[in-house]
Design a protein around this ligand. Structure first.
Ligand code: FES
Ligand code: FES
Length: 175
């Protein structure tokens, strides 16, 4: 009908076709259409960052995007961050564990995706970092100070206040 369209999203490397109401957000398409509940719905209007995913490698608030507009796009959710079917953590995930960079964990999928997007932004010129878990640590090559990390991650709220540990975890993977 006039209110639904079929779209194909490439989600975590796999093409997924689904029919969406034109008002469906990417967040609802992921969570309810595809059963990928990693991206969280905190506010549903762009204020908390819990829904952050990567769209064509750039971080975005999935609650602010319409799925129908993303036909053919590459989407990475937190479910796609670990490798080998989830058996091998991304170094950033390991750093979050090592640094206790969460308490309730509700913001964590968004924090991880946002941090990966931030690292990719900062890694222009340092492409070894990006989001490749097999890449060696960048050994100080990425110019991000703790203040810059805080500023660039300021769209991701954590009501548990894990911010200092989140910054430490990000620092761990860029040292
Ligand atoms: Fe999208 Fe809060 S749920 S920014
Ligand atoms: Fe609870 Fe961040 S760990 S909101």
């Amino acid at each position: 009908d006039a209110y639904h369209s079929e779209v194909t999203l490439r989600v975590n490397g796999t093409p997924r076709a689904l029919t969406v109401d034109h008002r469906t957000t990417l967040l609802d398409a992921l969570r309810e259409g595809l059963g990928l509940t990693g991206a969280k719905k905190g506010c549903d209007h762009g204020q908390c960052g819990a829904c952050t995913v990567l769209v064509d490698g750039r971080r975005a608030n999935a609650c602010l995007l319409l799925a129908v507009a993303l036909d053919g796009c590459d989407i990475t959710t937190v479910e796609g961050v670990a490798k080998d079917g989830g058996d091998r953590l991304h170094p950033l995930q390991q750093a979050f564990l090592d640094r206790d960079a969460f308490q309730c964990g509700y913001c964590t999928p968004g924090q991880l995706c946002s941090a990966l997007g931030m690292l990719a932004e900062a890694a222009a010129g340092h492409p070894s970092l990006a989001t490749d878990p097999d890449a060696p640590p960048a050994q100080g090559a990425v110019p991000l100070t703790p203040d810059e990390i805080r500023e660039r991650m300021s769209g991701n709220l954590c009501r548990c206040g894990a911010y200092p540990h989140i910054v430490q975890a990000v620092e761990d993977v860029i040292r």
